[in-house]
Design a protein around this ligand. Structure first.
Ligand SMILES: *[C@@H]1O[C@H](CO)[C@@H](O)[C@H](O)[C@H]1NC(C)=O
Ligand SMILES: *[C@@H]1O[C@H](CO)[C@@H](O)[C@H](O)[C@H]1NC(C)=O
Ligand SMILES: *[C@@H]1O[C@H](CO)[C@@H](O)[C@H](O)[C@H]1NC(C)=O
Ligand SMILES: *[C@@H]1O[C@H](CO)[C@@H](O)[C@H](O)[C@H]1NC(C)=O
Ligand SMILES: *[C@@H]1O[C@H](CO)[C@@H](O)[C@H](O)[C@H]1NC(C)=O
Ligand SMILES: *[C@@H]1O[C@H](CO)[C@@H](O)[C@H](O)[C@H]1NC(C)=O
Ligand SMILES: *[C@@H]1O[C@H](CO)[C@@H](O)[C@H](O)[C@H]1NC(C)=O
Ligand SMILES: *[C@@H]1O[C@H](CO)[C@@H](O)[C@H](O)[C@H]1NC(C)=O
Ligand SMILES: *[C@@H]1O[C@H](CO)[C@@H](O)[C@H](O)[C@H]1NC(C)=O
Ligand SMILES: *[C@@H]1O[C@H](CO)[C@@H](O)[C@H](O)[C@H]1NC(C)=O
Ligand SMILES: *[C@@H]1O[C@H](CO)[C@@H](O)[C@H](O)[C@H]1NC(C)=O
Ligand SMILES: *[C@@H]1O[C@H](CO)[C@@H](O)[C@H](O)[C@H]1NC(C)=O
Length: 525
């Protein structure tokens, strides 16, 4: 503090004769000191401000660089203001050859033809994200032709001057390397400990496909798949393109950027859906995505979308899904109850008397607890007026080695449809990437005129009443997974045997004429 020393000296120097001068001098030096201190404080403040600015700038630069390749592409002329809202929607399905809905003619455009039509519309760029790339591989020579044909159409895009961009979670796919495509690898294991399960196409940011099928020959041959093609709908396509851009920008990253570019912010969400015209009828629509860590501002998550669709239903909710499992930690030893969707269905059933139908696949991979949870939903309805939960399982009559027939992942209610990429279990929504599409009716539209919802309802009902489903009945337990019979799936112990001091319950379950038995537990009498 040299300044305070100076003040002391100036006081000492004052001659006793002139108090006024001394006081003036004192005043003067004090003011000089004050001014100096002011100056110094100013420059100190300046320093601090500059330092802070430099720091801020450095942090900003770091942040910008960490997010720079997430900035998305140039939107080539299509903006949120002048995008097209006059859309055409076509439902597409893959129905395996050996399935026939005997007395029902409800049918939609075959998926493979739909995808060709979509490719034919392409002028500049086709963007694809798929959990799998197995179009060319099959152990059955006769059934993979549709996959090969699609593969060669994709290979042919380059010759037509069309760019093919693919986001993939598979680093070393031989099929992708032969595809003449620009491939960005996204390391989901490092980013979310999950997988890339998103499956959609965006063509020229104008048309798109979204649905259950992936780029796997089985999706075009042996699996039952359902999706939609949306044409001339750049508003919605732009939104899905933003989901694609997010994956595209995550190439080789092993951390999630601390902020997302504004270009990735959603155009639509569940609170501000897009007002569209679909086949001439007004409707609302938005795009959702998962998991939460991949969600920039304004976007609704798949769970939020599902919740809204369930909550908005007045009369019925039909769900066709591969897996329904309100559990977390399926592949680990620590299972937890995961109630996000289960509780919504309970609420709809009990508090709002909405009729719920669950169509669940029965396959090798079906978790044995699946039907326990479905039973628990059903037992909620006991002795309740107007409460209805029905569940059927599909694929039971087919060789389970084909992974079950129903690969669908959709929900239709009296008000809306939701089509997604993910199975309905906790792990999927928490760790895996997926996208979804919600289309809903406006309140004032005549019920019988809204064809997208109607068509999906008809497709559901066709499956529901077909010969390929097994209704869940009391006292009859369905076993999908022959190799994994666990005590939980066995309902009725049929015999008791004495073994020394302990008794064991032995239960048997019959499937397709084959008897399986398992010991369910021991206790001492
Ligand atoms: C949309 O607007 C942008 C500028 O805002 C313009 O460059 C572009 O050509 C427009 N696109 C269409 C399809 O009108
Ligand atoms: C097919 O099933 C749907 C839904 O249950 C029904 O509306 C339609 O009338 C059926 N068509 C025929 C020809 O049976
Ligand atoms: C597809 O498989 C066939 C036979 O295995 C092979 O000859 C062909 O090169 C493959 N095509 C691609 C694009 O991988
Ligand atoms: C191959 O597919 C054909 C028809 O799709 C079927 O008849 C045949 O049994 C299949 N072969 C094998 C080994 O799965
Ligand atoms: C890709 O890599 C994984 C492990 O990283 C390996 O298991 C798989 O066989 C590889 N696939 C090909 C086609 O090289
Ligand atoms: C899209 O719109 C254009 C003109 O608006 C029309 O010519 C074209 O047929 C439409 N495409 C589809 C697939 O509906
Ligand atoms: C969409 O339409 C509804 C009803 O016609 C209207 O209330 C809402 O403001 C519209 N939203 C937008 C974004 O135009
Ligand atoms: C059940 O539904 C019938 C017909 O829809 C209605 O008349 C009745 O009031 C309902 N009961 C309850 C308890 O909601
Ligand atoms: C759990 O394991 C099954 C079979 O190994 C696999 O198909 C599935 O993707 C896994 N699920 C998760 C969430 O990792
Ligand atoms: C409903 O459909 C009928 C016949 O297809 C048509 O005449 C009518 O205009 C439609 N109503 C609305 C509100 O779209
Ligand atoms: C929309 O119109 C097209 C023909 O223009 C038709 O193929 C398609 O089935 C219609 N979609 C719906 C949901 O009605
Ligand atoms: C044919 O349709 C009737 C009612 O429409 C249904 O009860 C029956 O189960 C159907 N048969 C088959 C084999 O799908």
């Amino acid at each position: 503090m040299p300044e305070s020393v100076e003040v002391l000296i100036s006081v000492v120097r004052v001659p006793p004769s002139s108090i006024i001068t001394a006081v003036q001098q004192q005043d003067y030096s004090a003011s000089v000191w004050l001014r100096r201190r002011d100056k110094l404080e100013h420059s100190q403040q300046k320093c601090i401000v500059i330092f802070a600015l430099v720091c801020c700038f450095a942090v900003l630069v770091a942040l910008i660089f960490s997010a720079v390749d997430i900035w998305g592409e140039d939107e080539d002329g299509i903006t949120e203001e002048n995008c097209s809202k006059d859309c055409r929607v076509v439902l597409v399905e893959n129905i395996p050859e050996d399935i026939s809905f005997l007395n029902n003619s409800t049918s939609h455009l075959p998926l493979s033809i739909g995808l060709y039509n979509l490719l034919n519309q392409a002028i500049r760029v086709v963007e694809i994200v798929s959990p799998q790339w197995l179009l060319n591989s099959s152990d059955n020579e006769s059934s993979f032709q549709p996959g090969r044909a699609l593969l060669s159409s994709l290979q042919g895009l380059k010759a037509r001057g069309i760019q093919l961009k693919i986001s993939s979670g598979i680093a070393n796919s031989t099929e992708l390397s032969k595809l003449n495509a620009e491939v960005h690898y996204i390391n989901m294991a490092a980013l979310t400990k999950g997988n890339l399960h998103s499956s959609f196409w965006v063509v020229d940011r104008k048309h798109f496909y979204i649905g259950s099928a992936s780029m796997d020959w089985r999706s075009l041959a042996t699996r039952k798949e359902l999706g939609v093609l949306v044409y001339n709908c750049s508003c919605l396509a732009l939104d899905l393109h933003k989901v694609f851009s997010l994956y595209w920008g995550l190439q080789y990253k092993d951390f999630i950027p601390s902020f997302w570019s504004k270009r990735l912010f959603a155009v639509s969400n569940r609170d501000t859906p897009l007002n569209l015209t679909i086949n001439g009828t007004k409707a609302l629509a938005y795009v959702s995505s998962s998991p939460d860590v991949f969600i920039p501002k304004h976007r609704s998550s798949d769970l939020e979308a599902i919740a809204r669709v369930i909550q908005d239903a007045n009369h019925f909710i039909y769900i066709s899904i591969t897996d329904y499992l309100p559990l977390m930690g399926r592949n680990t030893s620590r299972l937890e109850y995961w109630s996000r969707i289960d509780s919504l269905i309970r609420e709809a059933l009990i508090l709002r008397n909405v009729r719920v139908r669950l169509l669940i696949s029965c396959s090798e991979k079906t978790h044995p607890l699946t039907f326990n949870f479905v039973w628990s939903l059903r037992s909620l309805c006991m002795e309740q007026a107007n409460c209805s939960l029905e569940a059927v399982s599909s694929g039971g009559q087919r060789d389970v080695s084909l992974e079950g027939i129903n690969h669908n992942r959709f929900m239709v209610t009296d008000r809306a449809i939701y089509l997604g990429n993910l199975d309905w279990e906790g792990e999927e929504f928490t760790f895996n990437a997926g996208a979804g599409l919600v289309i809903s009716k406006l309140e004032d539209i005549d019920d019988r005129n809204f064809t997208v919802v109607e068509q999906l309802q008809a497709a559901f009902e066709r499956d529901w009443f077909s010969q390929y489903t097994i209704p869940l009945q009391a006292n009859k337990f369905l076993v999908c997974n022959k190799h994994q019979i666990k005590p939980m799936v066995l309902l009725k112990p049929t015999a008791c045997e004495q073994t020394g001091g302990t008794s064991a319950y032995v239960a048997t379950v019959a499937t397709s004429g084959i008897q399986y038995s398992a010991r369910t537990g021991y206790h001492t009498p």
